[in-house]
Design a protein around this ligand. Sequence first.
Ligand code: DAV
Length: 353
Amino acid sequence: MKKNNGGIVNPFGRLKRMIVGVIDGAMVPELDISVEATMPKSQIDFFRKNGGKPFPAEYVQGAKRELDTFAAWLENEGVIVDRPKVIDLSKPIITPFWQTQCGLYAAMPRDILLVADNKIVVSPMSWRCRYTEVEAYEGLLEMYKSMGYEILIAPKPLLKDELYKKNRVVDDEHFISILSETEPVFDAADFLVLGKTILAQESHVTNKSGIEWLRNALGDEYNIYTVKVNDSKPMHIDTGLLPLREGLMLVNPERVDIPEMRMQLPAQFKHWEFINAPTPVVRAGDPPKFMSSDWLSMNIITIDAGLALIEEDQEPLAELLEKYDFKVARLPFKNFQCFGGSFHCATQEIARE
Ligand code: DAV
């Protein structure tokens, strides 16, 4: 694979540069219907009571320590780490069409930025609380532009009421999107970029128009395949499918039936091996996962084709990866996981060898 000084030509080349999110000032979003569509049922009361307030300080502080430890670990591996700017998300966001009590965080660069070769796409995210989040990345985007990256900014969506289906029939078994198609919206985390091949999922934050916009923006050089996972509350593809290296994909056995997934994928995945992620290890006394399922266990990163980083308690996953010849590093990340993501969500690769 050819060497590359900026961007990601080989998605499994040695990691050279990565954004790691920041958790400072994280706010509990207002419980509007698009937030409610994806959040765990058990946490809806938490959002109802705390929307508009900061997240509990103990988890924010714990997560901040974990992020700093993680960033230092990456630097020790020779990776250049970039961090978004801490911005004030505590104030209401007001547009002519709507207002919401506060922002969210700049903790999950995976959601907002998509990197394909030397192109960086800024996503049109559908949650109103994320409307101003891009501000945290302005300085980095400016820097990447001067380094030769092409920055593609999706049209800012209006996020009017019509975007969200107020009278959607809620079905616990099947995915019925909260989103209409009035304008393109997506979170970058609903896409897995594997060189010129991109796997996408439609979700409660990504509509068909959003996938179509990206297809047009990236052009014919790229092939985007939409895949379906069995999840009635989909938000981000990376707790369903997680590519480990060329030819090897980790899957969530609750959401993905391997033979069925194989039929959905193009021919180039024929020789790939798909392996089921083990049941997540959850310990009594773990911090609450306000915004996700326990499957954050498989939301991991690979530094290269032989080194994976996982959350420290996930012993069965470590054993599985070691069977596949990965060295496995482990770090604490349970406080960070309160906020809906793990190592994969908390990062965005900017350059690989
Ligand atoms: O499995 O609950 C996690 C979302 C990752 N950003 C889940 C989806």
